[in-house]
Ligand binder design. Structure first.
Ligand code: CP
Length: 306
C-alpha cells in the first residue's frame, strides 16, 4: 500500500507515467470507464473545497467506482473529538482509498501512518497540495510540450500558498527551470523552501515585488490568491489582498506564448477581462485536475485499463 502525501513521494518517472495515462484518458475516456468497478473512494474534507473534492469525486465516478465521505468537518465525528488516526481507521472499514484535506499541516501524513489503504493528501494547511501540482504539471506539459527549459513566475501569496510550495518542489527536479518569485515582502516564499529546495538543487531564482518588470520574460505565470484563512490579522489581509491584479492591459507586454495558471479559486487577482485571452489556461487546468486524479487513483489501487 502506498500513499501520496508530498509530491516527492512520486519519482519524476512516475509523474511522467501519470501524465501519459492522463493524456490517454483524455484521448480515450471510454477505455477507463470501468477500471474502478466496485471500488470506493472516501473524500474526507475537513476544510472547504470546490475543485479538489469535486474533481476527485468526478474522477472516481468516471472510472466506474463509488464515492463516500464528507465535505465539512462539522458533519463528521471530529466535532465530538475523534482523532484523525481513529477517523482513518474507521474509513479503512468502508473504502478502498482516501483523499483527505485538512487545515492542519501533517494531518494526511498522520492518516497515512494509520491506514492500510492509500491516502492522498488533498491539501494540508499552508504545507502541500501534491495533486494540484500533478494538475499543474499536466497542464504545463500539454501546453508547452515539455517540463524543462522555461521561466516561471509565481505571483501573490508565496508564504501561505501550498500549491506554490508543492510546484516549486516538483519543478526543482527538472532541468533548465528559472523561477521568479513575485510577492510583497510580507508574503515571500518561506526560507526553508528556498534553502531546502532552490539552493540545495541549484535552481536559478530571483525575488521581486514588481510583476510588470518581470512579466515580459515569463513563459509561465502562476498567479495565486492571498490566503485569507491563514492570516492571524484581518487588517493585514485587507492591506495585502490587492497586491497584484492581472488585467488584459498589463498582459500587453507579456509573451504571446505565455501560459497563465492559477490553482483557483480566484478572488480579484486576475481580472475577468483576462479570461478570454488565449493565454489564460486556469479553467482548462481545473479540468485537467480530474484526469490526473483518475490516473493517480488507478496507480495507487494498482489498476490498469484492459
Ligand atoms: N485548487 C484548489 O485546491 O481548489 P479548491 O480549494 O476549490 O479545492
Amino acid at each position: 500500500m502506498r500513499s501520496v502525501i508530498n509530491i516527492l513521494d512520486l519519482s519524476v518517472e512516475e509523474i511522467d507515467a501519470l501524465i501519459a495515462t492522463a493524456n490517454d484518458i483524455i484521448a480515450n475516456p471510454k477505455k477507463y470507464s470501468e477500471v474502478c468497478h466496485g471500488k470506493k473512494l472516501a473524500t474526507l474534507f475537513f476544510e472547504p473545497s470546490t475543485r479538489t473534492r469535486l474533481s476527485f469525486e468526478a474522477a472516481m465516478y468516471e472510472l466506474g467506482g463509488h464515492v463516500l465521505g464528507f465535505s465539512d468537518a462539522g458533519s463528521s465525528s471530529a466535532t465530538k473529538g475523534e482523532s484523525v488516526a481513529d477517523t482513518t481507521k474507521m474509513v479503512n472499514c468502508y473504502a478502498d482509498i482516501i483523499a483527505m484535506r485538512h487545515p492542519k499541516e501533517g494531518a494526511p501524513l498522520v492518516a497515512s501512518m494509520n491506514s492500510k489503504i492509500p491516502v492522498i493528501n488533498a491539501g494540508d494547511g499552508g504545507h502541500n497540495h501534491p495533486t494540484q501540482t500533478l494538475t499543474d504539471l499536466l497542464t504545463i506539459s500539454r501546453k508547452k510540450g515539455k517540463l524543462s527549459d522555461f521561466t516561471i513566475g509565481f505571483c501573490g501569496d508565496l508564504k501561505f500558498g501550498r500549491t506554490v510550495h508543492s510546484l516549486i518542489t516538483a519543478l526543482a527536479r527538472y532541468t533548465g527551470i528559472k523561477i521568479v518569485l513575485i510577492s510583497p515582502d510580507e508574503l515571500k516564499l518561506p526560507s526553508y523552501i528556498k534553502k531546502d529546495v532552490l539552493v540545495k538543487q541549484g535552481i536559478e531564482y530571483v525575488q521581486t515585488d514588481n510583476l510588470e518588470e518581470v512579466l515580459p520574460e515569463l513563459d509561465v505565470l502562476y498567479m495565486t490568491r492571498v490566503q485569507k484563512e491563514r492570516f492571524l490579522s484581518e487588517e493585514e489581509y485587507i492591506r495585502l489582498r490587492d497586491s497584484y491584479i492581472l488585467t488584459a492591459e498589463k498582459l500587453k507586454i507579456a509573451k504571446e506564448d505565455l501560459i497563465i495558471l492559477h490553482p483557483l479559486p480566484r478572488v480579484n487577482e486576475i481580472s475577468v477581462d483576462v479570461d478570454d485571452d488565449p493565454r489564460a489556461c486556469y479553467f482548462e487546468q481545473a479540468l485537467n485536475g480530474k484526469f490526473i486524479r483518475m490516473a493517480l487513483i488507478m496507480e495507487l489501487l494498482g489498476l490498469k485499463a484492459e
